[in-house]
Design a protein around this ligand. Structure first.
Ligand code: NAG
Length: 370
């Protein structure tokens, strides 16, 4: 029965490939010539989320092993998980600002690794007093793995970083087909019965409603590389149609991961009440929409020399939007049985001068106000 547990893992491995070396910052190998060569680089789009470093415990101290944890929850061990260890977990968005490596002082092993990030520091290995320090060019500061030589110890080590980048963004986003009429709920904002009391008058059925619309992208490679980047994409939004609601994909513009705007919806209809036959039931309503649509696209990285790298990604976009207000005034006799929120009473027959409008609120929540 364990077969079932392993099948999804095999599928995800089949589609993955490591970062191409074109996007690696130059490597600096520090240590000796023993052991076998290794390269332990994250899958494309993934980065190192944590590293654990082991060192020997006897007098002759050098690095024994490194365990790498990647953002896709895979792991890789180089050398041996033996001896003392210390580790550094990268927070989301944390980048390496500087790194240095040292040998073991005998030209045989890697002796010490030290780096500082925008959030902290990691320093582990031997006391390298009097030894040459080798500063490493960290490029973008985004660590994707290590290379070098290893057997039961770390013979030689180089950190592998993503090159310095001048731009990062999501592009070429293509939405999957979805039901454009789905995810809507009709909400009545206001309903008024406009009655005749003996004199002609006009009544303007009007109001406003605020609505907070938003779009949020989620995607398959959330890590230090993608945090804070933009999306050159359209988002699902409510189409401008008159009596119902449906989704359309808006034009492509550069957007943040989450965008929120508050709109004020308005409506206005004039009603001329001249007799009982012209009494009206006025209703203002709108469709509130909520949809989550999946997409495929590219995550684009442009290095400082202008070279472009595209990584296929998938994700989904959640949109919350509203239609415009649908307002109408129907003859009262034909109006359906709906909750009446408000009754407008026109001036009585005896009244002289301009007609006054009396409001009698029928909604239970408003009774306390009168
Ligand atoms: C309302 O209807 C009456 C009767 O048809 C008309 O005389 C009056 O001009 C109308 N008023 C408005 C504001 O349309």
């Amino acid at each position: 029965m364990k077969w079932y547990a392993t099948i999804p893992l095999l599928c995800s491995l089949a589609s993955a490939a490591s970062w191409s070396s074109g996007i690696w910052q130059n490597q600096y190998y520090i240590g000796g010539e023993g052991g076998d060569p290794f390269t332990a680089v994250a899958e494309e789009g993934q980065v190192v989320s944590k590293l654990r470093v082991y060192k020997s415990t006897k007098d002759d101290i050098y690095l024994r092993g490194i365990k790498l944890f990647y953002t896709d929850n895979t792991e890789k061990v180089i050398g041996s998980e033996l001896g003392d260890w210390d580790e550094h977990a990268f927070e989301a968005g944390e980048v390496v600002k500087s790194m240095s490596l040292w040998g073991d002082g005998k030209g045989k092993r890697t002796g010490r690794i030290k780096f500082t990030t925008d959030k902290g520091e990691f320093d582990f290995g031997k006391d390298t007093k009097g030894q040459q320090e080798y500063p490493i060019d960290v490029g973008s500061g985004i660590l994707i793995g290590f290379g070098g030589r290893a057997g039961s110890d770390i013979d030689q080590l180089a950190a592998i970083f993503i090159k310095g980048l001048k731009q990062r963004y999501f592009d070429n986003i293509k939405y999957a087909d979805f039901d454009i009429g789905s995810g809507f709920e009709l909400e009545t904002i206001k309903q008024s019965d406009v009655l005749y009391q003996g004199s002609q008058y006009t009544y303007t059925f009007t109001g406003t409603q605020t609505f907070t619309k938003s779009s949020t992208f989620t995607y398959s490679i959330t890590n230090s590389l993608s945090i804070g980047t933009t999306f050159k994409a359209g988002v699902p939004e409510v189409a401008e149609i008159s009596v119902s609601a449906e989704w359309t994909i808006s034009g492509t513009v550069e957007r943040g991961e989450t965008e929120t705007t508050t709109d004020t919806l308005t409506w206005s209809i004039a009603v001329n009440v001249t007799d009982e036959a012209s009494q009206r039931r006025c209703t203002a309503s709108y469709y509130k929409g909520n949809v989550d649509v999946s997409w495929t696209g590219d995550f684009v990285l442009i290095d400082n020399d202008g070279n472009e790298y595209r990584i296929p990604v998938s994700g989904s976009t959640k949109s919350v939007d509203a239609s415009k207000v649908i307002a109408s005034c129907e003859p009262l006799g034909q109006a359906g049985k709906r909750t009446v929120y408000e009754t407008i009473t026109g001036p009585a027959a005896a009244t002289t001068g301009p007609p006054t409008t009396l409001l009698k609120r029928a909604a239970p929540t408003a009774i306390a106000a009168f």
